[in-house]
Design a protein around this ligand. Structure first.
Ligand SMILES: Nc1ncnc2c1ncn2[C@@H]1O[C@H](COP(=O)(O)OP(=O)(O)OP(=O)(O)O)[C@@H](O)[C@H]1O
Ligand SMILES: [Mg+2]
Length: 229
């Protein structure tokens, strides 16, 4: 499905990713973990083309997308929710969805967003900026799913949310993964290990562990790479 092979990514002259490889399979939730500043967001941005890698290869469903434009990646099936959610706070929920629907060339069809988060329906005419943090995150995730998406990328989607809404989003991710694979970064290790089918851990721009959530739970040496939750 998604395959990243030995990518090297830079911000200007600073070398941030050193040969990162990872993959996400169909119907999987993969968690990318690691302490602050190790390169998790940069990895997600590399996949989306926001910070294209200088070396290495990225394929989606077998197609080389390493040098694709950002909008093309969205069109061929990657949804991306950045840490700040990237909503238009002054626009209504409806307008936020319509804009994404046009970008994905699905002519105003945003049923997909509302299918996973029907509670958004009653806020269609409210400004996005007036919704609660949890509702905004639902809108951001729902919006990212508009069009036919193979992969959903989430950067710390549960950060700062109340337990009840965390549970709601976790449940939605369980549903979403049946049709769209998920790659997520999450600071709360325990939560991430509960949600994920597979885990990668980064340190200093490199993948230092790849395996199952249980292996992380049972191994203190591996946990040392992580923020203690
Ligand atoms: N726009 C930028 N310009 C220059 N350096 C950057 C930029 N964004 C991030 N970096 C640096 O790249 C490194 C990796 O950052 P990145 O945001 O990928 O880490 P992260 O694992 O997502 O961390 P966090 O847990 O804090 O979100 C850090 O050293 C950071 O200072
Ligand atoms: Mg980050």
């Amino acid at each position: 499905m998604l395959e990243i092979s030995k990518i090297h990514t830079f911000y200007g002259d600073s070398h941030i990713l050193f040969g990162v490889s990872l993959d996400v399979k169909k119907q999987e939730v993969v968690a990318l973990l690691g302490r602050n500043g190790v390169g998790k967001t940069t990895t997600l941005r590399s996949i989306m083309g926001l910070t294209p890698p200088k070396e290495g290869k990225i394929t989606l469903t077998g197609n080389d997308i390493t040098n694709e434009k950002i909008f093309k990646r969205a069109k061929i099936g990657i949804g991306y929710v950045p840490e700040d959610r990237g909503l238009f706070p002054g626009l209504t929920v409806h307008e936020n969805l319509i804009l994404a629907a046009d970008g994905a060339d699905t002519a105003g069809d945003y049923e997909n967003a509302l299918r996973f988060f029907p509670e958004l329906k009653r806020y269609l005419n409210n400004r996005a900026g007036r919704l609660s943090g949890g509702e905004q995150q639902m809108l951001a995730v729902g919006r990212a799913l508009i069009g036919k998406k193979h992969l959903l990328i989430l950067d710390e989607p549960l950060q700062g949310l109340a337990p009840k809404i965390v549970e709601r989003l976790t449940q939605a991710i369980e549903e979403i993964k049946k049709e769209t694979a998920v790659l997520m970064v999450e600071q709360n290790t325990n939560l991430a290990l509960d949600i994920a089918d597979r885990v990668y851990i980064m340190r200093d721009g490199r993948i230092v562990f790849s395996g199952m959530p249980n292996e992380v739970r049972e191994n203190k040496d591996i946990q040392a790479y992580l923020v203690v939750a």
